[in-house]
Design a protein around this ligand. Structure first.
Ligand code: NI
Length: 387
């Protein structure tokens, strides 16, 4: 089955919404106009319920099928933009200096609104569709806030599905993989406190620079000697600050960096190894080594059964040869991961064609992808909730 006729017919209308959203980008949780636009549309479509203010500025629309009882599935889009100055020169370019939709969340929101309009008109399913519009995907953890606000329990959501555009993947194609599809992130700051003194009399000091330098070397062993070589882990030290003078050994040194992983147990092991190395080297040299470790977004993990289901839907919409079912994981991160930790589901990429990359000032969402994305959402809902 190709893309739905209705989705093709609605392309212009949905592209209009997309371009409107593109002109008025908002950041993080401050997506008040965008959430207002979404709310107004969902109400106009006749959603059974429209709930605002979930996870601060998130919106959920509830659409009940006309074919009887069934479970509730969640379809999720993100609404926030990025602090980038747009250079596309398009007629619908951002009107807000320093902000732009450089990740295509305008397109994600518009496509899910299009699907919501169709689903609210036809209601050709048994059960309930929850259309989820989240704020603050770009670092604020808006998805997590919605989960913490009790969204899954409140609407009795059983499964969740997410979609992101991918530049470089032809329009009309989809890409997915079972298991980890995007990485988990963590950040660390390590403060080495030694004993400062005269640079010509090092024996009377505990030199934090020497200790921190050893630590930078030791941290490389998290990947090279503590992790199975076939597993993915990145430990990068990206900051090193210490000292102010040629002839003074400083009191302290600070290093900081990032950790990326694809599995929970590897993430846990990496943190344990980093803490152990800090403690051990501190002991060895008589310094105090303090570690601040903060986990960012978890691994975006596609549950195997739902991944198969999602890729079959994509193949149904796009054709079998148009769906890549085993792409390599991407070491970026995504806060739909929190929803996938709360409920089974799958995250899929949709082709954006030959455009500039994500987070690039020349990027623009490709409106040609709209019928494909909309058809995917509609087909997924109608199949998952078939009477
Ligand atoms: Ni994005």
């Amino acid at each position: 089955m190709p893309i739905l006729n209705c989705a093709a017919e609605m392309q212009e209308e949905v592209a209009g919404w997309r371009r409107h959203l593109h002109q008025t980008p908002e950041l993080n949780f401050d997506v008040f106009q965008t959430a207002g636009f979404v709310t107004e549309k969902l109400k106009a479509f006749g959603c059974d319920e429209v709930v605002t203010g979930l996870g601060k500025t998130g919106v959920v629309g509830i659409i009940r099928g006309r074919k009887g009882d069934g479970p509730t599935i969640g379809l999720r889009a993100d609404m926030d933009a990025l602090p980038i100055d747009e250079i596309t020169g398009k007629p619908w370019a951002s009107t807000v200096r320093g902000k732009m939709h450089a990740c295509g969340h305008d397109g994600h929101t518009a496509m899910l609104l299009g699907a919501a309009k169709y689903l609210a008109e036809t209601r050709n399913f048994a059960g309930t569709v929850a259309v989820i519009f989240q704020p603050a995907e770009e670092g604020g953890g808006g998805g997590n806030e919605m989960v913490k606000d009790g969204m899954m329990e409140r609407f009795d959501i059983e499964k969740v599905f997410g979609m992101h555009n991918m530049p470089g993947l032809p329009v009309g194609q989809f890409a997915i993989r079972p298991g980890p599809i995007m990485a988990a992130t963590a950040a660390f700051t390590i403060t080495v406190k030694g004993r400062g003194g005269h640079a010509a009399m090092p024996h009377g000091t505990i030199d934090p620079i020497v200790i921190a330098s050893q630590l930078v070397g030791a941290l490389q062993t998290v990947a090279s000697r503590s992790t199975d070589p076939v597993e993915a882990v990145v430990v990068s030290v990206t900051k090193f600050h210490a000292g102010d003078a040629y002839n003074v050994i400083s009191e302290s040194a600070e290093i900081a960096g990032t950790v990326r992983t694809l599995k929970k147990q590897i993430a846990k092991k990496a943190e344990e190894r980093i803490r152990a190395l800090c403690e051990g080297l501190g002991l060895a040299f008589g310094a105090t080594v303090a570690v601040e470790y903060s986990s960012g977004y978890p691994v975006t993990f596609n549950h195997p059964e739902e991944m198969m289901f999602a890729s079959d839907i994509a193949a149904n919409v796009a054709g079998d040869g148009q769906v890549h079912r085993a792409i390599e994981p991407i070491m970026g991160s995504e806060d739909f991961s929190y929803m996938l930790e709360a409920r089974p589901g799958a995250f899929i990429f949709i082709g954006n064609g030959d455009t500039a990359g994500l987070h690039n000032p020349a990027y623009d969402f490709n409106d040609e992808a709209i019928p494909h994305g909309m058809s995917y959402w509609v087909k997924l809902a109608e199949t998952a909730l078939a009477a």
